[in-house]
Write a new protein. Structure first.
Length: 113
């Protein structure tokens, strides 16, 4: 499984259109995704203070095109990227992502395994 932190408007549009596509697809040519151990780093770096976020759980085998894992920043960390919109049937779970009392994010309990 791979994951995407979604803004509420993008998640609503995906449910209406049948495909998830965020602004990064148009701006950068791909959708930023994360492996489960990368989710909190991404959430705490880019999404602090945002509300209504949804963590999408994506079954990579259901995608229309292969996911490419790349290190585009030279950090040594490879993140998955989708170069095409994500079909709704590939999104097998969605979870509310909220900040905890410490001012950061935690994974939904069902993903803490």
């Amino acid at each position: 499984m791979i994951y995407r932190i979604a803004e509420p408007a993008d998640w609503l549009h995906a449910r209406q259109s049948g495909y998830f596509a965020s602004a990064d697809l148009q701006a950068e040519g791909f959708i930023h995704l994360s492996e489960l151990p990368q989710v909190l780093r991404t959430a705490n770096k880019y999404y602090l203070g945002k509300t209504g976020l949804v963590l999408l759980e994506i079954d990579e085998t259901r995608l229309d095109a292969a996911v490419i894992r790349e290190d585009l920043t030279g950090s040594g960390i490879h993140f998955p990227h989708s170069y095409t919109p994500i079909p709704l049937n590939a999104i097998v779970g969605h979870f509310e992502l909220t900040e905890d009392s410490g001012g950061g994010y935690s994974l939904p309990a069902s993903l803490n395994t």
